[in-house]
Design a protein around this ligand. Structure first.
Ligand code: AHM
Ligand code: MG
Length: 338
């Protein structure tokens, strides 16, 4: 038999040692000699919450937690049992971390101050505990989105504290409870992906420094709303139809953005008749996803064409119309919406 060339691992697949999320974050922190380890405690809390939520999501029927809770949240949307459970899990797990100053959730009207700066509160964590939860009854992928901000001890109000533009994020990520459970994170040094090994109980590194393709003819949008989109978005879609684009839309942001991050393409939630300012929330949906996409080589703009992460927020639940994805695809949309 002729000697064949050694088999190459597929591009992007990690071939080095097994690394857990915990050790990866400790490694990252070691870049900063002054780091105290408090940040890695927060990530470890988020990963613990994610494991608990992943377990719940996988047993929603057996545990009889599908359906509505009978409560309407601040967005005017009825909360599902799983929204409430996921929120409580994250609140309880993060509540014990001594460096967290403020927690803010999609499910709660106001951010909660846990401790002030002089009591050791260094960071704020904002999150959407279970995005896309209305898809749970059809077993579609759902997710948790989070962002970590610094706490400025000079600012006293909780809302003012968390209303920071996206470019100030310290870290951001999401957990996708899909056919596998993946944890995707950036601390501003690339995007890294971990997969939950449920038997071991750890998120393990599967892709270091994920870079998204600069172009891919896929758009992801709720096209049924197209008649209510501003003209530029309608023109973009007409153009994309003539250019041979494919359409992929799950209706669960974490799943749609994850596909866009891995395969390339563009994800859009433009202004609609029902949501003239867009539907997605700036602080805990759009900004964390924009940070990840930019770190993976893509870009993220608003319906007005500016960088999403440069918007100065004014309230916790502020909405924004959003376009994010592969660099060239976002640029193609920008040509029409300007
Ligand atoms: P939610 O936070 O109430 O779950 O809503 C956000 C979800 C996103 O996951 C998804 O991108 C979007 O709503 C889908 O909206 P639509 O059904 O209007 O297309
Ligand atoms: Mg949401």
């Amino acid at each position: 038999m002729p000697e064949s060339a050694p088999k190459q691992a597929p591009r992007g697949v990690v071939t080095d040692n097994l690394v857990s999320l915990q050790s990866f974050i400790l490694e990252e922190e070691a870049r900063y000699p002054s780091a105290t380890g408090e940040f890695s405690w927060i990530i470890s809390a988020i990963s613990l919450a994610a494991k608990i939520i992943a377990h719940k999501v996988r047993h929603v029927r057996l545990q009889n937690v599908l359906g509505e809770d009978g409560i309407t949240n601040v967005q005017g949307e009825s909360q599902l049992h799983m929204d409430v459970i996921a929120n409580e899990v994250i609140m309880r797990v993060l509540g014990g971390r001594k460096s967290i100053a403020v927690l803010g959730s999609e499910e709660d009207e106001e951010p909660t101050i846990l401790r002030r700066g002089h009591e050791g509160g260094k960071y704020c964590v904002l999150f959407d505990p279970l995005d896309g939860s209305s898809n749970l009854d059809t077993a579609v992928g759902v997710g948790t989105i989070f962002t970590i901000l610094r706490n400025d001890p000079k600012i006293h109000g909780a809302v003012e504290t968390v209303c920071q533009p996206g470019h100030q994020q310290v870290a951001a990520g999401y957990v996708l409870y899909g056919s596998s459970t993946v944890f995707v994170i950036t601390t501003g040094h690339g995007v890294h992906m971990f997969e939950l090994d449920a038997a071991v109980g750890s998120f393990m590194l599967v892709k270091r420094d994920l870079q998204m393709p600069p172009k891919k003819k896929i758009y992801s949008v709720n096209e049924a709303n197209a008649d209510g989109f501003p003209q530029g978005f309608q023109d973009y879609l007409k153009w994309a139809h003539t250019e041979g684009y494919s359409s992929r839309y799950i209706g669960s942001m974490v799943a749609d953005v994850h596909r866009t991050l891995v395969n390339g393409g563009v994800f859009l939630y433009p202004p609609t008749t029902k949501h003239p300012n867009g539907k997605l929330r700036l602080l805990y949906e759009a900004n964390p996803m924009s940070f990840l996409v930019e770190q993976a080589g893509g870009s993220s703009i608003t319906a007005k064409g500016g960088r999403t992460m440069d918007i100065q927020p004014h309230e916790l639940h502020e909405r924004v119309a959003l376009v994010l994805g592969s660099r060239d695809e976002v640029a193609a949309v920008a040509r029409f919406v300007k």
